[in-house]
Every structure is written in structure tokens, then in C-alpha cells.
Ligand binder design. Structure first.
Ligand SMILES: O=P(O)(O)OP(=O)(O)OP(=O)(O)OC[C@H]1O[C@@H](n2cnc3c(O)ncnc32)[C@H](O)[C@@H]1O
Ligand SMILES: [Mg+2]
Length: 197
């Protein structure tokens, strides 16, 4: 089975990717699989593209392998695009999903349903030795609920209602999420590269 290294330490993403990659017969490894702790990569970019590039190229240069990186987040219109590239650390450096969700809900208190539009964004970067880095972007439109719902997924899934759905992203199964997610749409554009591997 082919293997691909994903430059992430986020278990929720690894879970999504395991299911998304299964149809390509590709086994994925992440930074969580290394015996020694891999140092955190500083995400100093101001865009999802820059941070995806930093993660993919840093890890590719270290291990000399093709590497996929994912930089993603939640963009809320009524918050001028926040939390955006700061999604993981919105409520502090410790990257606490519950605290991040709470902060978004607090900032949206009193904002009516029609103004709670938002989207998940995912930029994937593929870095390979001696080749230009490739990028793909996927989005998933929806709105922010008033209270969290559901136990599946990770991050902001419990407060995100995908457009056209009655269940939150965290009330969808992994398979259902992966039919409509920002990560899936970014992956679709990689199909040619994945199938030629
Ligand atoms: O950088 P890596 O190691 O990949 O892991 P991270 O958690 O720091 O990841 P990001 O820098 O890309 O920040 C993305 C954050 O956006 C949120 N997010 C991204 N995709 C999501 C999804 O599918 N469902 C819910 N929240 C998501 C979640 O809180 C993530 O921590
Ligand atoms: Mg990160």
C-alpha cells in the first residue's frame, strides 16, 4: 500500500483523512506516528495558503518525502472573517476546541440567524523534493448555531450547520461529513495527483 505523510498533529484531521484516503488505497502517516515528538511548526503566515506551504515544505525538507499539509479554519462573516487563520488558537495557545467554540458563540450573542453565515475553508499543500508546491482549496458554506450539537468530528463542528442540512457537522457521521466538507472538496482537486501515485 502506498504511503503519504501528512504534516499535522491534529487527531480530528487524521481521522477525516484516513477515511478520505481509503478509496485511493493510500495509507497515511502523520506527525503523531513518529516515536520522538516532532517539534511544533510556527504558523507565521497571514493566509491559509502561506501556513499550508510552511507546514508542507518544513516537513518535506526534514524527511525528504512527499508531504501533504492542511491549513484550515472557520470564517464567520459577522466577525469580519474571524477566527480564520487563528482558528486553532482563537481562545489561547493551548488550542482548546471547547474554549474556541465558546468564544465564537459569545461573540455572536444577539446576532440573528440570517447574519450568522460562515464557511469552513481548507487549503491543502503538497510539497515534494525538487518540485514546485501544489495548492488546492475547498470550502463548505453554512451558518453558526446558537448552541453546540453533536458528538462527532472535532473543532467547530458542533456549532456549524452546513447549508441545506438540519444536523450540525458534529451530528453527521464521518462518511456524511466527508461527502460535503471543505477538506473533501480540496482533496477532490488532488485526485489526478493521487491516482497517478
Ligand atoms: O496545524 P495542524 O498540526 O494541522 O493542526 P491544527 O489544529 O493547528 O490545524 P490548523 O492550524 O489548520 O487550524 C485549524 C483549526 O480550524 C478548525 N477546523 C479545521 N477543520 C475543521 C473541521 O473539519 N471541523 C471543525 N473544525 C475545523 C479546528 O479548530 C482546527 O484546530
Ligand atoms: Mg496548526
Amino acid at each position: 500500500m502506498k504511503k503519504l505523510l501528512i504534516a499535522t498533529k491534529n487527531k480530528g484531521k487524521v481521522n477525516d483523512f484516513n477515511q478520505l484516503f481509503s478509496k485511493y488505497g493510500i495509507e497515511i502517516l502523520s506527525l503523531l506516528d513518529f516515536k520522538e515528538e516532532v517539534e511544533d511548526i510556527e504558523e507565521t503566515g497571514t493566509t491559509f495558503f502561506e501556513n499550508a506551504r510552511i507546514k508542507a515544505e518544513t516537513v518535506m525538507k526534514k524527511y525528504h518525502l512527499p508531504v501533504l499539509a492542511d491549513d484550515s479554519g472557520l470564517v464567520v462573516d459577522a466577525l469580519n472573517g474571524e477566527p480564520g487563520v487563528f482558528s486553532a488558537r482563537y481562545a489561547g495557545e493551548e488550542k482548546n476546541d471547547l474554549a474556541n467554540v465558546h468564544k465564537v458563540l459569545q461573540r455572536l450573542q444577539g446576532v440573528p440567524k440570517k447574519d450568522r453565515t460562515a464557511r469552513f475553508v481548507c487549503v491543502l499543500a503538497v510539497a515534494q523534493p525538487n518540485q514546485p508546491t501544489m495548492y488546492n482549496k475547498g470550502t463548505c458554506e453554512g451558518e453558526i448555531l446558537e448552541v453546540p450539537r453533536g458528538e462527532n468530528g472535532f473543532g467547530y463542528d458542533p456549532i456549524f450547520l452546513p447549508r441545506g442540512f438540519k444536523r450540525s457537522m458534529a451530528e453527521l457521521s464521518l462518511v456524511e461529513k466527508n461527502e460535503i466538507s471543505h477538506r473533501k472538496f480540496a482533496m477532490d482537486q488532488l485526485e489526478q495527483w493521487l491516482t497517478s501515485k
